[in-house]
Design a protein around this ligand. Structure first.
Ligand code: TAP
Length: 487
């Protein structure tokens, strides 16, 4: 039987929750573990910003969270001194969640990581939604402040849940991009309805539960319609935005339960997600305003084929590539999604080492949205032990481009497409790119002339300094290393 709390305690100011002694001067362990949880979460987040420390940071933050969860389960006491109880339900849920999460994370391919992140993020939104529903029913006469927190947590959590599920479906191809006729107007009307209904409920104008559940349904619909038309190169922005929504919704949960670790975690996820959203917007040249009203370029993702007559392209052999690189002074490697698909990161590191043995200076030009998730290329190359110092951010890489003898583009397409600078009609126009065409020689490795994620053809392949080296990235790199051993 699930025990229910009959009465809700009045919310206390959050800063009081870190008080470590009770009225009798006894040390209270629970706030102490919350402080440890919060500190480890902040430390972990900080460590995630560098590939060398990221794995450790993740483990430290996870350990702190486990401590906070276990402490809540065993040390929490309500105002009447009662423990949480319901241990069967709690540990049943924990067990199922842990098994499903562990299996999913172990099984997932690197290329499917964004989908999984999106789905897990949606689960966070669903939790925030459920917390709000439960607390709505546990509080027969909530104050306006508490109702505001419940309603906001419910709306934001629900939008994040339904939006993330749609994003997950779109990333794995189950749901196609769909333009919604008058979508912006519909979204605006839905938002307006949510605001009016929230005011009616919070002000006490109406106390009907139907109003609460009506808002929940509208928020779910808004999440679907908000993400549905977004496609192509704009997807990462939406995912990080939904991530920040989940963080904010969780922070509202922290307010409800006077739980500082939930509040800290929620605020950190919310603010980190917002910062990432802004950075992504900048990297993809989308304004945040457009993101918020669900009005993106909405390009078809990876479905189109080359349509415009471009003229001819030049092919280069593996042997010529090896010679060109062996005698180059400076080589810059531009990794893209294809490198991840081919799992060619180790072969790429081999190429770097053999070139350096021949006295060639090697670096990597990293575009912020290369691949399919933020930091994708950094993670991939770190996995192959490529030194972090060799990775150049886009701006620095572009500065060096004109002094680079050979640029080797491996499985990258959109992030080196000059249409972003040159063609105002292009859907990716305005997106900053790696300006590889400024290098002395550009060699592009991919399997065919097919477009990349944005579904548009690439003028770079037809430029006079560009040569195409067709083939799977891993096989090409292994063969190239073999050739270089002969040079
Ligand atoms: P893409 O533009 O997607 O191009 C990847 C290229 O790799 C394709 O043209 C493909 O051509 C080639 N390829 C695939 N498998 C290969 C293999 N085994 N060996 C060699 N080449 C292979 O990638 P990008 O330049 O990295 O750009 C990323 C795109 O994804 C951007 O549009 C970005 O906005 C979008 N996006 C990014 C993110 C984040 S946060 N990074 C998330 C979602 C979407 P072939 O088929 O001819 O081989």
């Amino acid at each position: 039987m699930i025990k229910r709390r009959k009465e809700h305690r009045a919310p206390k100011p959050v800063f009081l929750l870190f008080t470590f002694k009770d009225a009798n001067g006894r040390v209270m362990l629970l706030p102490l573990t919350y402080l440890i949880g919060s500190v480890t979460f902040i430390l972990g987040l900080k460590m995630l910003s560098h590939p060398d420390s990221a794995r450790r940071g993740n483990l430290i933050a996870a350990a702190g969270m486990i401590l906070a969860i276990l402490a809540t389960i065993f040390l929490y006491r309500d105002d009447n001194g009662n423990a949480l109880g319901n241990y069967g339900w709690i540990f049943g849920g924990l067990l199922i969640g842990s098994v499903v999460g562990t299996l999913a994370a172990k099984k997932v391919q690197m290329t499917a990581m964004p989908e999984m992140v999106s789905l897990f993020n949606g689960m966070g939104g669903a939790c925030a939604m459920l917390i709000s529903i439960v607390e709505y029913h546990h509080n027969p006469a909530p104050s306006a402040g508490m109702l505001t927190v419940i309603v906001l947590g419910m709306i934001i959590g629900t939008v994040s849940f339904s939006g993330s599920v749609i994003a997950w479906g779109k990333l794995n191809g189950r749901i196609k991009d769909k333009a919604i006729p008058a979508g912006q107007t519909i979204n605006f009307v839905l938002l307006l309805a949510l605001v009016v209904m929230a005011i009616a409920l919070i002000s006490g104008y109406s106390t009907q539960p139907a109003l609460f559940y009506g808002m929940l349904a509208i928020a779910a619909l808004y999440g679907v319609l908000f993400v549905m038309p977004i496609g192509g190169a704009d997807m990462p922005v939406v995912i990080s935005l939904l991530n920040s929504f989940t963080g904010v919704a969780a922070a509202f949960g922290g307010f409800l339960y006077n739980n500082p670790v939930m509040l800290t975690g929620g605020i950190l996820v919310g603010s980190a997600g917002t910062i990432l959203t802004i950075l992504m917007c900048k990297a993809m040249n989308r304004s945040l305003k457009n993101v918020l009203i669900g009005s993106f370029g909405g390009q078809q993702s990876g479905t189109g084929g080359a349509t415009k007559e471009q003229g001819s392209y030049r092919e280069i052999s593996l042997t010529d590539t090896a010679v060109l690189m062996a005698y180059a002074q400076k080589v810059m490697i531009i990794p893209g999604y294809g490198l991840a698909v081919a799992q060619a990161q180790h072969a790429c590191h081999e190429l770097e080492k053999i070139l350096e043995d021949k006295g060639v200076e090697v670096s990597y030009g990293i575009h912020p949205v290369a691949g399919r998730m933020p930091g994708h290329m950094n993670v991939l190359l770190a996995e192959a032990d490529v030194s972090y110092d060799k990775l150049k951010e886009m701006e620095d890489a572009n500065e060096e481009m004109s002094q680079t003898s050979v640029v080797l583009v491996i499985g990258a397409n959109d992030v080196v497409n000059p249409a972003a600078k040159e063609d105002p009609a292009s859907p990716i126009y305005g997106m900053p790119i790696l300006e590889v065409e400024k290098a002395e020689h550009v060699i592009v490795n991919k399997r065919s002339m097919k477009p990349g994620y944005a579904g548009i053809e690439n003028d770079l392949f037809f430029k006079p300094r560009t040569s195409m080296l067709f083939g799977d990235a891993k096989k090409m790199l292994q063969d190239l290393v073999g050739e270089l051993k002969q040079v």
